[in-house]
Ligand binder design. Structure first.
Ligand SMILES: Cc1ncc(COP(=O)(O)OP(=O)(O)O)c(N)n1
Ligand SMILES: Cc1ncsc1CCOP(=O)(O)O
Ligand SMILES: [Mg+2]
Length: 207
């Protein structure tokens, strides 16, 4: 079960992004996605390399949002793409076979199409509506998650509005990864927020 931190510098309340990420990892985050929407290519590569150096001692994989070139240049562990990013077939050709590939599914059609592909995970996106990303289609909701679980062969990550109040229910309905921006990045203590979410995940895993 993954506690998956997706970064957003704006959500970090003016605190250093690397500090926020390392605190979250110390608290129990098991995977990190570097999500940069306005950084130039060179600055993105530099940031990815620094992030990788920070994550390496914790054995936490680094995923790059959207950009396969940045993932290759920084030797990150994988890429997350959405429905308007690089198509799966091209990604598969460009990435070494051991790299992680995550894909967002926004519709039932996306879920069924992804059955043809060899993904590391499929993201149910967004599970709930969220101010952290507003250019989304209709949220799946818990009933939508149940449908995806019944119709997909892939491990499922949920994203959008996840926090300590709904993590357990998402796991009971089939999520194998909980992806989060604000409930960790904007927490007073990213360490404590991650620790509590990890505690909830461990608790439900034991049931
Ligand atoms: C884990 C995870 N799930 C979904 C998304 C959203 O990806 P996408 O639809 O490509 O939107 P952007 O993040 O690129 O704005 C994600 N990043 N991570
Ligand atoms: C990147 C992304 N993709 C779908 S929802 C979302 C934002 C999730 O942010 P939060 O955890 O703050 O709701
Ligand atoms: Mg994208």
């Amino acid at each position: 079960m993954q506690l998956y931190l997706v970064t957003d510098e704006n959500a970090c309340l003016g605190r250093d992004l690397f500090w926020v990420v390392e605190e979250a990892v110390k608290g129990g985050v098991t995977m990190v996605q570097l999500r940069e929407k306005s950084l130039g290519t060179r600055a993105f590569i530099d940031r990815a390399k620094k992030m990788k150096d920070i994550l390496l001692p914790y054995n936490v994989p680094l995923i790059i949002n959207d950009r396969v070139d940045i993932a290759l240049a920084s030797d990150a562990d994988g890429v997350h793409v959405g429905q308007s990013d690089m198509p799966y077939e091209m990604l598969k050709d460009l990435l070494p076979p051991e790299k992680i590939i995550g894909l967002s599914a926004e519709t039932k059609e996306d879920v069924l199409e992804a059955e043809n592909w060899d993904l590391t995970y499929l993201a149910v996106s967004p599970l709930f509506s969220t101010p952290s990303k507003t250019d989304t289609l209709r949220p799946w909701g818990m009933d939508g998650l149940k449908w995806v679980k019944a119709n997909s062969k892939h491990p499922l990550v949920v994203i959008g509005g996840l926090n300590e109040t709904n993590t357990a229910e998402a796991i009971s309905n089939g999520a194998e990864g909980i992806a989060i921006i604000s409930a960790i990045c904007s927490a007073i203590s990213p360490f404590e927020a991650a620790r509590y979410l990890k505690f909830l995940i461990n608790k439900i895993e034991k049931i």
